[in-house]
Design a protein. Structure first.
Length: 202
């Protein structure tokens, strides 16, 4: 009876020793623990990189629009809309949300008073005049508010939607606040190169 018990203990000890030496499945277990972390790091790096690139493109959109407008002496409302339509292409291939572009021509008199000469806003495919002509414009920085000058200000805004959030919203619906977009905004101020940019039909 005692011998049988001792043999059972030895067999159990031998089995335990073999178990502790066994490492054939260790790589699979480690991979199962590490893989979620690697996927998270990869997705995070991809999202941050795309966000930085889209923000740069948003700035280029504002700069290009300002540059095109300030080279003109006279422009029509249709011409202004065409420039805003062209500017939208700067964000491609990103297309998960649409930018809003607001353009304001600001006239600054000899006393330094800034007033709206004309304005236009493009949001998706819709155009509207956001500011009334002749209203005071108070958003100019002091360093660009030079007496007897004309400034074109362009503001581009975008609700950047990371691809993971976009995928979740597409499956669950866009009302989930946990997957909100990241607000981006860029504003550029350009002095008119020919004294003033007139838009009689704006």
């Amino acid at each position: 009876m005692i011998c049988t018990f001792v043999m059972s203990l030895k067999s159990a000890a031998a089995s335990l020793a073999r178990f502790t030496r066994e490492n054939r499945g260790s790589v699979s277990v480690e991979f199962a623990f590490i893989m979620p972390l690697l996927i998270t790091l990869w997705l995070g790096t991809m999202e941050i990189s795309e966000g930085i690139e889209v923000n740069k493109k948003l700035g280029r959109m504002a700069a290009m629009t300002s540059d095109l407008l300030t080279t003109e002496k006279d422009i029509t409302q249709d011409g202004l809309k065409d420039i805003l339509n062209i500017s939208n292409s700067q964000l491609l291939p990103y297309a998960r949300s649409t930018p809003k572009i607001t353009v304001v021509g600001v006239n600054i008199d000899a006393a330094g008073n800034a007033t709206v000469a004309w304005s236009m806003e493009k949001n998706g495919s819709q155009f509207k005049v956001p500011l009334k002509k002749g209203n005071a414009y108070t958003l100019l920085p002091a360093k660009v508010k030079l007496p007897s000058s004309f400034v074109v200000t362009v503001t581009t805004t975008l609700e950047f939607l990371p691809i993971t959030s976009w995928s979740i919203q597409k499956n669950k619906g866009s009302g989930d606040a946990a997957y909100a977009a990241v607000d981006m905004e860029e504003t550029y101020y350009f002095q008119a190169r020919q004294g003033e940019v007139n838009c009689d039909t704006c």
